[in-house]
Design a protein around this ligand. Structure first.
Ligand SMILES: [Zn+2]
Length: 74
């Protein structure tokens, strides 16, 4: 969740990053615009999860998330 000053984890409400500060942690940002074949046509949803909550969420998936090593650092 983005507020004026902070990025906050939507799951545990932890402050992930403060405005104008270098983020001290990486996090998951999700933006989804639902389309015609959904019940949410035209709705945009957006949320942020800290790494811990993202890990917990992924663990709850029936099929594990695809994962690979990325050697290129951006
Ligand atoms: Zn969290």
């Amino acid at each position: 969740m983005k507020t004026e000053e902070k990025i906050i984890c939507n799951c545990c409400r932890k402050v992930i990053a403060e405005r104008n500060a270098i983020p001290m942690a990486d996090y998951l940002h999700v933006e989804k615009e639902w389309g015609y074949f959904s019940n949410k046509d035209g709705q945009k949803q957006e949320f942020d999860l800290c790494e811990d909550c993202c890990d917990a969420w992924i663990k709850s998936l029936q099929i594990p998330a695809a994962s690979q090593e990325v050697t290129e650092f951006v």
